[in-house]
Design a protein around this ligand. Structure first.
Ligand SMILES: Nc1ncnc2c1ncn2[C@@H]1O[C@H](COP(=O)(O)OP(=O)(O)OP(=O)(O)O)[C@@H](O)[C@H]1O
Length: 418
């Protein structure tokens, strides 16, 4: 496969050299033997050179099958694949795969090879000499943020999950392929590492400008990483193929809205803080209060639950009217411990998680020294999220209207020859 000639096919990196290659899928179909319907049915897709395109969709919709047809790990039943303008549908698949980087979940590293040997694999296969390969391994380790001196001689089992994923990406990029295919590469790592790896990929892509096709079922990940997102329904039918902004503000149909809705709400929860919502008061007593006072409060009928604070006014446990039977001469054995607290700086997502895991359906909000301030409950959170999303929709509508007015003005100016 040529990697630098097709006129329509190349993105220019910062130094003016060719980087990514365009990809065209033309009527791509996969019918697995013995199955009644195709897993991927007649996909047409035009991916520009240097673009990051995310395939997102429900489990089993055909994302991986579509991706693996691009490097012919799965042979298409019909249709054509062009890379950099060149038809690669019938070329030797082994040769093809050497020119396409491929990174998968759980890194796919060979356990019996060191990090350096894993990364050197494809450069060696395509005939790079030892010196060039060795330099490339060091360069790649640097690129993915791993110190070569420390990591080149290690075996995969001596790395954390996140480090293994980094080496997986380094290996995929080692022979400088114009195209990188990534199949849920960060699916198996914890959320914080995942966030870091996503940031790294954005940084790398800024530098390298490869063409990346990336599979995920996580819409938030798609929004974060994609220049364009293809939302797929069953059999890889494209429900919408557009920029993240366009999909968020203008989903094509109910299926896409379903994906966006959940994603948008969660995204919103991450961007808002407890201090943005109403923190309400809740009946409290302290462990120093006389038992009679607590009994009276719970029996008065005004509330059937109180929050017990310790002697430094920190939330300690929830005490319900039904627990009173266990209160003999002290509170020690009665009530349910407070699971979690949040500060005013916590995100609404943290607050929601705390509310959902606490049997009381609310979470105490605390100040700098852990002292009780109030509570946030599920209803307040739900209302706030609805209000925030409604405000977002209004903004999007206003923005769309401004754009439409701007376009109309431009057209009329053009017609008047201004
Ligand atoms: N080798 C196979 N033989 C028969 N059917 C297969 C084969 N591989 C995948 N399928 C079927 O093809 C469909 C698409 O599978 P694919 O793995 O591409 O989906 P996906 O969108 O990547 O799913 P997930 O998000 O769960 O990984 C599924 O219905 C799956 O059961």
């Amino acid at each position: 496969m040529s990697t630098g000639s097709a006129a329509d096919g190349k993105a220019n990196g910062g130094n003016g050299e060719a980087a990514g290659a365009s990809i065209q899928l033309e009527g791509l179909t996969k019918h697995y033997p013995g199955t009644p319907a195709p897993a991927v049915d007649n996909v047409h897709m035009n991916i520009k050179a240097g673009e990051t395109v995310i395939l997102v969709g429900p489990s089993g919709c055909g994302k991986s099958t579509t991706l693996k047809m691009i490097n012919r790990l799965i042979e298409p039943s019909s249709g054509r694949i062009r890379i950099g303008g060149e038809d690669v549908t019938d070329m030797d698949p082994v040769k093809l795969r050497r020119s396409i980087g491929y990174a998968i979940q759980s890194s796919g590293l060979f356990p019996h090879m060191t990090v350096a040997q894993n990364i050197a694999l494809v450069p060696k296969m395509v005939g790079w000499d030892n010196n060039k390969t060795k330099n490339r391994v060091e360069e790649m380790l640097d690129l993915v943020g791993l110190d070569p001196a420390e990591f080149r001689g290690r075996y995969p089992r001596q790395l954390s999950g996140g480090q293994q994923q980094r080496v997986g990406v380094a290996r995929a990029l080692a022979a400088d392929p114009p195209v990188l295919l990534m199949d849920e590469p960060f699916g198996a790592v914890d959320p914080i590492t995942r966030d870091h790896l996503q940031d790294e990929l954005i940084r790398l892509q800024h530098e390298l400008q490869k063409t990346i096709v990336f599979v995920t079922h996580d819409f938030d990940e798609a929004i974060k990483l994609g220049d364009r997102i293809a939302v797929l329904r069953e059999r890889s039918h494209i429900a919408q193929f557009d920029t993240p902004e366009a999909i968020l503000t203008n989903p094509a149909d109910d299926f896409v809205s379903g994906f966006v809705g959940a994603g948008a709400a969660l995204k919103r929860l991450n961007l808002s803080r407890v201090r943005d919502v109403e923190v309400v008061d809740f009946p409290t007593v302290t462990t120093d209060d006389p038992l009679q006072k607590i009994f009276d409060l719970l029996r008065s009928g005004s509330t059937n639950e109180v929050l017990v604070l310790d002697n430094r006014r920190r939330p300690h446990k929830w005490l319900r009217r039904n627990d009173l039977g266990l209160v003999k001469d002290s509170l020690a054995r009665a009530g349910t411990p407070v699971n979690d607290t949040v500060t005013r700086d916590a995100t609404l997502r943290d607050a929601l998680e705390a509310v959902l895991t606490d049997s009381s359906g609310r979470v105490p909000v605390t100040g700098r020294r852990g002292e009780y301030i109030g509570v946030v409950d599920l209803e307040t959170l739900m209302n706030s999220v609805h209000e925030l999303l409604e405000a977002d929709r209004m903004d999007a509508r206003e923005h769309a209207q401004e754009l439409a007015e701007h376009k109309a003005r431009q057209t009329s100016e053009e017609q008047e020859g201004l």
